[in-house]
Design a protein around this ligand. Structure first.
Ligand SMILES: Cc1cc2nc3c(=O)[nH]c(=O)nc-3n(C[C@H](O)[C@H](O)[C@H](O)COP(=O)(O)O)c2cc1C
Length: 310
């Protein structure tokens, strides 16, 4: 039996459902000597503002039980340099590129999207309205349904590229945000971004991150992320990209079974930069074992009893 791993995410065709998560795989090119970029379903590049940004001073990363905290502060080269310097080699390497964008205002989001719409080699735009580490923009939009709707609607007006708002888990009812995004014209949603969190050095009594608070990622957040994808799948019919603590094909399958059409892998890449081959091999093995020819057949197949619970 031949197994077909290809998936469709709001008009973007991917050879397989495993995507490198934004902020955890640079601009992709940093890994080009170690990883075949064309073998990944796609690469979600580090979040871009209109202009270059320095990000926060160190310490910007702290390891925590089964996870990590980060407060990078969206350091980046800005969209114009990205288009000029990074997109052409990414295209040449055969990578499918999802550009993660951030803004301090709705106008900034729209302006970046306009630039990307004119550029060759952009597969989709992932709208980062969920970064917990910046003071202006980001999560401010993602924590308000109206804000989510307004940003998505404004970007929708300026681009025909597949549009994927990335939702924050720092809300009570994540599904209502998926609905707001869908109603504003999103082609898909991705979730989750990191959870707002904090760690303290008890000897110095200082926060471990220079920014005091940061975003928690890694296996510690996975069960919460799976629950949130499950809730969104019941609320919207547009494709969902699931993420949060995926370290193995089994973890990726959990997300797909509750409704994710594809997944992103972030923190695991810091532990094992060669994880991609293992993920794809193990996913294929699982599909063979379960006699599933097309990977999408697994999406949303959670087995529930009549009451919807165990
Ligand atoms: C160091 C670091 C930087 C990140 N930068 C971004 C970013 O620029 N844009 C974004 O949308 N998400 C960013 N994220 C969030 C990840 O893309 C992902 O949503 C989150 O880490 C959960 O997945 P994981 O547990 O597999 O890492 C970052 C995460 C980490 C750990």
């Amino acid at each position: 039996m031949n197994v077909d791993l290809s998936v469709d995410i709001g008009g973007l065709r991917l050879a397989n459902p495993i995507i490198a998560a934004s902020g955890c795989f640079g601009y992709g090119l940093e890994y080009a000597e170690a990883v075949d970029l064309s073998a990944l379903g796609a690469i979600a590049v580090k979040g871009l503002f209109l202009d270059e940004r320095e990000g926060h001073p160190p310490a910007r990363i702290v390891e925590t039980p089964s996870g990590m905290l980060n407060a990078i502060g969206l350091q980046g080269i800005g969209v114009h340099r990205f288009v000029a310097e990074k997109l052409p080699p990414l295209q040449a390497a055969g990578a499918v590129v999802i550009v993660n964008i951030c803004g301090s205002s709705i106008e900034e989001y729209a302006e970046i999207a306009r630039v990307l719409d004119d550029a060759a080699g952009v597969g989709a735009i992932e709208l980062n309205i969920s970064c917990p580490n910046i003071k202006k923009g980001g999560m401010v939009f993602g924590c308000s349904q109206q804000g989510t709707h307004d940003v998505v609607a404004a970007v929708r007006q300026v681009t025909r590229l597949p549009l994927i708002p990335k939702l924050t888990p720092n809300v009570t009812d994540v599904a209502s945000f998926a609905i707001a995004a869908r109603d504003a014209g999103a082609d898909a949603v991705s979730l989750v971004n990191t959870f707002l969190a904090m760690a303290v050095d008890v000897e110095t009594r200082r926060p471990r991150l220079s920014n005091v608070v940061g975003g928690l990622s890694g296996p510690a957040i996975r069960p919460i992320a799976v629950r949130m994808v499950h809730e969104c799948y019941q609320a919207v019919e547009i494709p969902i990209i699931g993420m949060g603590g995926i370290m193995s094909a089994e973890d990726a399958l959990e997300f797909m079974i509750v409704g994710a059409s594809a997944v992103q892998v972030g923190t695991a890449n810091f532990v094992d930069p060669f994880i991609w081959t293992t993920l794809l091999t193990d996913l294929t093995t699982y599909l063979h074992r379960h006699q599933i020819e097309q990977v999408s057949e697994i999406v949303g197949t959670l087995a529930l009893n009549a009451k919807g619970s165990q």
